[in-house]
Design a protein around this ligand. Structure first.
Ligand code: SF4
Length: 899
């Protein structure tokens, strides 16, 4: 884009061709009043409020600077007596039905209209004043709308349609009754509204506000802390607004972060669990069968003494630790160091085992690096996006909006999913394959690509190895054979293969629909094959992009919370890698990989694992075959749980240590695109709860290792991590600044980070094709259990619900779980929508409401796993992928009957 030079208020301003005068002025630090256009949203201007009028030399009358494009040599005046008078009149007209004093100031909001009125000295309103007597309306637990404050600028409507791509609200009514709202008569719960609240941030006058912040006081009386969302792996940048030690509201920061200021319902409204009365405030130890509060000294001494005794009696491998994708990189690094260096075991694992262990295993084998290859932003330059096994708009909502925006702009979208999800409505092609048939589907696409000569010969020859084995492996997977296995018409498979191979840049996006299978690693390898076959890797808009589930599951993997890998994915079996850590830590590290999550549970059941230390996980609800997990944990000689609530696992513990949530500590999270981002402390932990790394440091000291954590705390831990984790060598510099961090690998402080992996060479040198065969899921329906049960998440809740179900708004939006069943099956079995059903598998049974919906195909059921009162994992099977040891959460056989 070429540069254009214009003059604004006598100042020479350089800008780009196509920019508006308002954009050029704001970028040059010249403020022009404006209400209806928000520079951070990147939306087309409407010129509706007319406050941004300017004089352009040669023009007869003022023009709106938001709609006026710059022209080389243009001379613009933003202030003059005429312009100021016109603006005052516009403001007076707007104020004629706007309350003064403005309620926004009492509701932690700033009203831009009132601020402009004050700035331009607008006092009396010469026209009659219309006073809107309507009370603010609240039709959702989160959102309040005050028509009196609304200036009908339309920013909320634009955000909803253009950025969130929900299109839930529009202007309704006429005259004074005009307002943005849902279609008349449609309750919010039945509308398309995703309750993201992005309309609140877009509203310049505070007419739309968070209900919980009404009466919270003036915005400038609140502290603002920029931090990273604690829910999913998107890693949205957010601002915590606090008064005293309480978070009052959460907003996006316009234009900032991977989310560019947007948030989803969980990020924006799911923060109040921080102040929930259930928070653990004191350490607890079990006495006479009851958990009773004690001081830190007693609790920590007991932990150290019991771990020492068990280690002496049964050896270090009789102890295990579950680390946490909810905790910071620094805390996970310290905990794996505690167990490897002090206890002397590699029995460290975390919930990545349950979500993306197959990604780590598969992509490392194919490319040499088990992480998202391209940045989120790249989805905007892809020509085709192939989403497989990812309910993106519910599980990674902000990325879901990016994909919807791309599809609306004309990017081809192919969605492969057994269930009808929101993205299938935007897809050019929906491949509704049967659960667990991904390899057959992907292999058939590869077959078509080769059969029709669509492969990238040059890329295959120069950048890859193992092609002949792949060609032989996919040869039998004709679309016709795949149709029999997957249920997808052969013609659709052919169309998908052609579209993927023929686009200039195709990006694969996947998540747990791919990974949580006994063939999870094979699924990932098959996707990697597809990308290499067509040269769709190492370029903008391409790649294989696993969307990581938890906020810091990527980081926990990076820093060594895995039983076979030291920090930085260095193999524990590699003597050279071990030697580096042994020299740094002054200890000997065991060379044998430790136990995985499910293996630790099994070892507890068999009696070989005697003690388990769980930090920020809830295996009783999150692991497969929950009854077995509970039974196994009860057999342990010693169970320590470090958490923020007395969750289902903590209730079984011998010692419970109260930790801190993300808003109460400093550190970093690494998001799904490998970006290491700052987490900043905004409030103090409640009671005697403490920051997790400090607790771990005290445990180590009592085990005779007082210097596990450097004296300088977080900065010392980060220094140590940057020395020992090559990918993290330079990441913490940027993370300290008011920026949203760098993407690893970042080999030095001056390195900008690496948005795209495998650009000229794969991390492992050549990319490796793998021949993978279709293997059916471990447990398929039969006469006794005739349904396929699949599990997953919903938009409003998160994982085991520990946080989201203690958020007033989220719990109010969805307070009970439901199992989805197709109307055909429901009719046959006499199950009605909302009726209670019993669902059972070979492992257990639950009672839950039925939701009768076409979203699931006949013969299949879908159940979210957030509900302790109806735990999905009482039903799931603990069958494991043989390589990644990830359980098959996505398929098991079940039956359903009305109660
Ligand atoms: Fe938080 Fe994920 Fe929602 Fe962003 S998309 S606000 S990271 S839960």
């Amino acid at each position: 884009m070429s540069e254009v030079e214009i003059t604004i208020d006598g100042k020479i301003v350089r800008t780009v061709e196509g920019a508006s005068v308002l954009q050029a002025a704001l970028a040059a630090g010249i403020d022009i009043p404006h209400l209806c256009w928000d520079p951070s949203l990147g939306l087309p201007p409407t010129g509706a409020c007319r406050l941004c009028i300017v004089e352009v030399e040669g023009s007869n009358s003022p023009v709106t600077s938001c709609t006026q494009r710059v022209v080389a040599g243009m001379v613009v005046r933003t202030r003059s007596e005429t312009l100021d008078q016109m603006r005052r009149t516009i403001i007076q007209l707007l104020l004629s039905d706007h309350p003064r004093p403005c309620p926004a100031s009492e509701n932690a909001r700033v009203c831009a209209l009132c601020a402009y009125a004050d700035k331009l000295g607008v006092g009396e309103i010469p026209f009659g004043k219309h006073t809107d007597t309507a009370e603010p309306e609240q039709d959702s637990p989160a959102l309040v709308y005050d028509r009196a404050q609304c200036v009908l600028c339309g920013r909320c409507v634009s955000v909803c349609h253009e950025l969130q791509v929900t299109g839930a609200i529009d202007f309704i009514g006429r005259g004074y009754e005009t307002r943005p709202g849902l279609p008349p008569g449609l309750p919010r719960t039945e509308s398309a509204c995703a309750e993201c609240g992005n309309c609140i941030d877009a509203c310049p006058t505070g007419a739309l506000a968070f209900a919980g912040a009404r009466g919270a006081g003036r915005a400038w009386e609140l502290e603002r802390t920029v931090t990273t969302c604690p829910y999913c792996g998107v890693g949205c940048t957010m601002v915590l607004h606090t008064r005293g030690n309480r978070i009052v509201q959460v907003t996006g920061e316009p234009g900032l972060g991977v989310n560019r200021g947007l948030l989803c319902v969980k990020g924006r409204f799911g923060f109040d669990f921080v102040h929930h009365p259930d928070r653990l405030r004191e350490p607890l130890i079990r006495r006479d069968g009851e958990l009773v509060p004690v001081g830190w000294e007693e609790a920590l001494s007991l932990v150290a003494e019991r771990l020492s005794t068990i280690k002496k009696t049964f050896g270090p491998d009789s102890i295990g630790a579950l680390l946490s994708a909810k905790c910071t990189n620094e805390e996970n690094y310290v905990m794996q160091k505690l167990f490897r260096a002090v206890i002397g075991t590699n029995n460290v694992d975390h919930c990545a085992r349950l979500c993306h262990a197959s990604t780590v295993a598969g992509l490392a084998r194919a490319f040499g690096s088990g992480a998202m290859t391209n940045p989120i932003d790249d989805l905007q330059v892809a020509e085709l996006i192939f989403v497989i096994g990812s309910n993106t708009t519910e599980c990674h909502p902000v990325i879901g909006s990016v994909i919807k925006r791309a599809a609306r702009r004309g990017t081809k979208l192919i969605v492969a999913d057994p269930r009808a999800i929101e993205l299938t409505e935007y897809a050019d092609l929906w491949l509704r394959h049967k659960h667990g048939t991904d390899v057959a589907l992907i292999n058939a696409m590869a077959h078509v690509i080769l059969r029709d000569g669509l492969e990238d010969r040059e890329f295959i020859e120069q950048r890859t190895e193992g092609f002949d084995a792949l060609r032989a492996a996919v040869e039998p997977y004709t679309p016709e054979l795949a149709e029999k296995i997957t249920g997808v018409p052969a013609a659709d498979i052919t169309r998908a293969a052609h579209a993927y191979a023929e686009s200039g840049a195709s990006s694969i996006v996947y998540s747990m629909g791919i990974t949580q299978h006994t063939t999870g690693t094979d699924n990932v390898l098959a996707l990697a094959n597809l990308a290499m076959l067509t040269g769709n890797i190492g370029r903008p808009g391409t790649g294989v992009n696993p969307l990581r589930g938890q906020n810091n599951v990527q980081g926990a993997c990076d820093v060594g919370a895995l039983p076979d890998l030291l920090p930085g994915y260095q193999k524990v079996e590699d003597p050279e890698a071990r030697a580096t850590f042994e020299a740094a830590w002054g200890v000997t590290i065991p060379s044998r990989p430790g136990l995985t999550v499910v293996e630790m549970v099994n070892a507890a059941d068999e009696g070989t694992l005697k003690a388990l230390y769980v930090m920020g996980e809830n295996p009783v609800l999150s692991d497969p075959d929950a009854d077995h997990v509970e039974k196994a944990l009860k057999k342990l000689e010693f169970l320590v749980v470090q958490d923020v609530f007395l969750n289902e696992t903590a209730r079984l513990a011998d010692v419970v240590l109260p930790g801190a949530v993300w808003a109460e500590k400093d550190g970093t999270f690494t998001n799904t695109e490998r970006r290491v981002q700052r987490v900043r402390k905004a409030v103090e932990p409640p009671g005697n709860a403490r920051v997790d790394w400090e607790i771990l440091s005290d445990v180590a000291a009592r085990l005779g290792h007082p210097s596990l954590v450097p004296e300088s705390g977080i900065s010392g831990i980060q220094d140590e991590m940057s020395r020992l984790i090559p990918q993290y060598a330079g990441v913490f510099e940027a993370a300290d600044a008011f920026s949203t961090g760098k993407q690893w690998p970042c080999p030095g402080k001056d390195h900008p980070g690496t948005p795209i992996l495998h650009v000229e060479r794969f991390t492992r040198g050549l990319g490796k094709f793998h021949a993978v065969e279709f293997i059916p899921p471990k447990e398929l329906p039969d006469e006794e259990y005739p349904f396929v049960l699949s599990t997953g998440r919903i938009l409003e809740h998160y994982h085991t619900g520990t946080m989201s179900r203690r958020s007033e708004v989220l719990d109010c939006l969805v307070s009970v779980g439901a199992i989805e069943i197709n109307p055909e099956d429901a009719g046959r079995l006499g199950i009605r929508d909302g009726g209670v059903v019993k669902v059972s598998s070979r492992r257990g049974a639950i009672r839950i409401q039925a939701r009768v919906t076409e979203r699931v195909a006949p013969g299949t059921l879908f159940l979210a796993f957030h509900y302790w009162e109806a735990p999905a994992n009482r039903l799931t099977i603990a069958a494991l992928d043989p390589i990644a040891k990830i359980p098959e959460f996505k398929v098991c056989a079940a039956k359903i009957e009305p109660e």
